[in-house]
Ligand binder design. Structure first.
Ligand code: URA
Length: 223
């Protein structure tokens, strides 16, 4: 309930929607329907990724790395590709870069479980080399579908590959970070990849500016 006990417009719409669905279900029950089929978009997508052979990376992977977190999050992070630990565990950002990402999320007063985290590539490129353009193209539909399902208020691209992929540009990271873009039906903030921050701690001050911008956009405040 909104402050002062008043229901917001969004809540009223939700309520109307719930009543409509209940009416439909009751009508079905009255007609003798005893089972309903609920489409499981996330389960279907996950299974598709697990069996993916769209590019040769499937041959060397131990696990696909689908994504993790709150599938209804208002904030979504997109990294580049799984590293060795992620490939071993099937979870994104669980290595050293992941630890830093968790700290970056906490620094803007969010918990890791409150956001959704995915990568451009769902399989590890051997030796952690940069993703090839054809790998990005093959894998991109999975990421776009994840974004469509989460419908975040704001997306944070971690590094050049994520930024260029989400924004459909070849501009360098230096031109992409530090401002708010509009793409894929949402707002996009680009910042440094945590692994790059571990190698270049001097960039952390700029990354902090990006994180504050991300939080402001999430809160819906003007810059
Ligand atoms: N780097 C990424 O871009 N993604 C991960 O999941 C881990 C490291």
């Amino acid at each position: 309930m909104a402050e002062g006990g008043k229901a917001s417009r969004g809540m009223m719409e939700d309520l109307a929607w719930v009543r409509q669905v209940r009416g439909l279900l009751e009508a079905q029950r009255d007609m003798g329907v005893t089972e309903i089929w609920v489409p499981d978009a996330w389960g279907e997508l996950r299974r598709e990724v697990e069996g993916c052979r769209r590019c040769p990376l499937w041959r060397s992977r131990r696990h696909t790395v689908f994504g993790s977190g709150d599938t209804r999050a208002g904030m979504m992070f997109v990294g580049e590709a799984p590293g060795d630990e992620e490939d071993a565990r099937g979870e994104p950002f669980v290595g050293a870069a992941g630890e830093l990402l968790t700290r970056m999320i906490k620094a803007i007063k969010m918990q890791r479980g409150e956001v959704y985290i995915a990568n451009v590539l769902k399989c590890r490129p051997p030796g952690n080399r940069d993703p090839l353009p054809e790998e990005v193209e093959a894998c991109k539909p999975y990421l776009l579908r994840q974004i469509e399902l989460v419908r975040p208020k704001v997306l944070c691209a971690l590094g050049r590959v994520a930024g260029q992929t989400l924004l459909g540009t070849s501009q360098p990271l230096s031109r992409l970070r530090g401002r708010v873009h509009r793409a894929l039906g949402t707002k996009v903030v680009v910042t440094f990849h945590p692994a790059a921050l571990l190698r270049n701690p001097g960039w952390k001050r700029l990354a902090w500016e990006d994180m504050k911008l991300l939080r402001r956009e999430y809160d819906g405040l003007e810059i």
